[in-house]
Design a protein around this ligand. Structure first.
Ligand SMILES: O=C(O)c1ccccc1NCC(=O)[C@H](O)[C@H](O)COP(=O)(O)O
Length: 215
């Protein structure tokens, strides 16, 4: 998914205005997440993405964000050819993830980190990358909450082979500290760069990217 793991990659997640995708890449994002989960306040229907993002997807990495997708949505998402990876935020099992990987589908499995015990499940998933998010019962992501970053450090020590994305409550103000402390392959942000849910504030995105890269 991230060809050069020695470089910090930046994923901006959950746009509702398709025209923001190209702008985010121009600002320096490495990947943009399109939230296909209908209950998300950042939902973009797959049909909208297919209609409006073909050109951007031809040159850039779009990631489909899904929560316990049914077979029809999963099949339509994969066959759209729009996405370089699926980012799964629900209760998807290691076997389900493994089956997708065997079909050649890149999977970023999101896990909510409650405590050190939560980290053991990282090893269960045969996936392209793991996204560590905050524990927030009853929700699946995009909550703007951080988790203790020492747990992300521990995750890297436990699973040095895994590509680990850090997310949860990142903002332009805290992302530098987060990167320096945890050295993730990528950082992922949704609410921390928004003016309204799904509408990215481009000044905040630019500052987030500069801070994340230490520029
Ligand atoms: O953003 C959402 O609404 C969302 C809903 C359900 C599942 C996942 C969702 N977002 C996925 C993301 O990758 C977010 O960037 C990640 O959870 C961090 O969000 P935030 O704390 O707001 O930066």
């Amino acid at each position: 998914m991230f060809p050069d793991p020695s470089r910090l990659n930046i994923k901006v997640c959950g746009i509702t205005q398709p025209e923001q995708a190209g702008v985010l890449f121009a600002l320096g994002a490495d990947a943009v997440g399109i939230n296909l989960w209908p209950k998300s306040k950042r939902h973009m229907p797959l049909e909208t993405a297919v209609k409006s993002l073909q050109t951007v997807a031809a040159k850039n990495a779009l990631v489909a964000v899904l929560v316990n997708p049914d077979d029809a949505l999963l099949a339509a998402t994969i066959s759209s050819g729009l996405f370089q990876a699926l980012q799964l935020h629900g209760d998807e099992t290691p076997a389900q993830v493994g089956a997708l990987m065997e079909r050649g589908v890149n999977v970023i499995k999101a896990l909510q980190v409650r405590d050190a015990a939560s980290l053991a499940q990282i090893g269960d998933y045969p996936c392209t990358a793991i996204l560590l998010d905050a524990y927030n019962p009853g929700t699946y992501g995009g909550g703007g909450h951080a988790f203790p970053w020492e747990l992300a450090v521990r995750a890297r020590e436990m699973f040095p082979q895994k590509q680990i994305l850090l997310s949860g409550g990142l903002t332009p103000d805290n992302v530098r500290q987060a990167v320096e402390q945890t050295h993730p392959v990528a950082v992922d942000v949704a609410s921390g760069v928004e003016s309204l849910p799904g509408s990215k504030d481009l000044m905040m995105v630019a500052r987030f990217i500069a801070e994340a890269r230490g520029e």
